[in-house]
Design a protein around this ligand. Structure first.
Ligand SMILES: Cc1ncc(COP(=O)(O)O)c(C=O)c1O
Length: 362
């Protein structure tokens, strides 16, 4: 089977509401909604009061439109299939002057958000003049030929780097850009920049209409010093024990003898491995059985070996992630970003169980 992913739907909605704090939020649901499941997450976020969604994939955007027909759907990556954008009534990023001049005729009638590159610099305009050139060029066109410049946005690449000064710099650049444009009379209906870490640090920034949140909506802390109680994790990852064995000190176990006991040991062979998305770095730490932590000693494609004691029996569940073994605990231990641990999970091999699903979805 390869592990069981359990999500408490009621808790998921509560966590999202708490994290949004009553603000207008664009929920980042890319990569299968951080692997919580796109349909599940979009419908649950909608129930939590969230009306806008962002992704990087046109295919995901199509699906989102079918789940929540009235939502604002924002494409964070440059899109070239503008017919699909029209068909699914998407809002899209406008990432550069080159893109604009290449596509401006096909962009007629489409809702765009000007993108500022900032320090993150994945894509976007580097400064105000390029944006002004676009807006002035638009004024020379007939209304039917114009696109709708609805929004402006950027992404902060350093908001969770508390030890560095770069976040203050990128935030300053962005707020400076908004001020420069505002002074020249360029204002926007939708202004968004802040990810979870930025919102946790600053609250909503002046002049912003929306937050653009990912990980905090899903119940992980964007940085470790925040209180766990503000980010309740609704997800658990568990696996079954397939065998309990006693291993002598002169025996080895696993491929290439990867597990070498340092004495006579009792081990559990557990039905989850890296093929199910368990990161090797995560397997350097403990799992939890019956409320106690036990060391993972070897990781294979579909199995792992855990050193146990007499308290463990075959019917016990082995917990990899829960509110007692939080994803963000392992982020702090260096396993990888919260989203990296979630993104690695193999949605196809894991069994999914949704708890507290009323079946009545708005
Ligand atoms: C462009 C963009 N905005 C917002 C987010 C959400 O960030 P977080 O999950 O840290 O809230 C992401 C996530 O990677 C992103 O790429």
């Amino acid at each position: 089977m390869g592990g069981i992913l359990t999500i408490d739907r009621e808790q998921f909605i509560e966590t999202a509401k708490h994290s949004a704090g009553g603000r207008d939020v664009i929920a980042v649901v890319k990569n299968n909604a951080y692997n919580y499941g796109l349909e599940f997450a979009v419908r649950a976020f909608w129930e939590a009061g969230i009306r806008s969604f962002a992704t990087t994939s046109l295919d995901e955007a199509r699906h989102i439109r079918s789940y929540v027909p009235r939502a604002l759907i924002f494409m964070m990556n440059p899109v070239r299939d503008l017919e699909a954008v029209r068909e699914y009534e998407l809002h899209i990023t406008l990432p550069s002057l080159e893109y604009y001049y290449e596509h401006h005729e096909a962009l007629a009638g489409i809702n765009v958000h000007l993108e500022f590159a900032g320090l993150f610099n994945r894509s976007g305009f580097e400064d105000a003049p390029g944006m002004v050139e676009v807006m002035e060029h638009q004024k020379t066109l007939e209304p039917a030929e114009q696109m709708h410049i609805k929004g402006i946005w950027t992404h902060f690449g350093y908001a969770d780097e508390l030890e560095m000064d770069e976040y203050e710099i990128e935030r300053g650049m962005w707020l400076g850009l908004l001020e420069t444009l505002g002074r020249s009379g360029y204002n926007f209906d939708i202004v968004h920049s802040q990810n979870s870490a930025s919102f946790a640090r600053d609250g909503i920034l002046d002049g912003h209409t929306h937050l653009r949140l990912g990980i905090s909506l899903y119940g992980s802390r964007p940085y470790y010093s925040l209180p766990e109680t503000d980010f309740i994790q609704s997800l658990e990852l568990k696996a079954e024990i397939v065998q309990i064995r006693n291993i002598r000190s002169d025996q080895k176990c696993g491929y290439g003898g990867s597990y070498e006991p340092d004495g006579d040991r009792r081990i559990a062979v557990v039905d989850i491995g890296y093929g199910d998305g368990l990161l090797r770095k995560r397997a350097a730490f403990d799992c939890m059985i019956g409320g106690r932590r036990y060391p993972i000693k070897s990781l294979m494609m579909s199995h792992m070996i855990v050193e146990i004691d007499g308290a463990v029996s075959l019917s016990d569940e082995v917990v990899l992630y829960s509110n007692e073994m939080r994803i963000d605990e392992f982020t702090a231990k260096g396993v990888g970003a919260n989203s990296e641990q979630l993104g690695a999970l193999n949605y196809h091999s894991l069994e999914k169980v949704i708890l507290n699903d009323t079946g009545i979805h708005q």
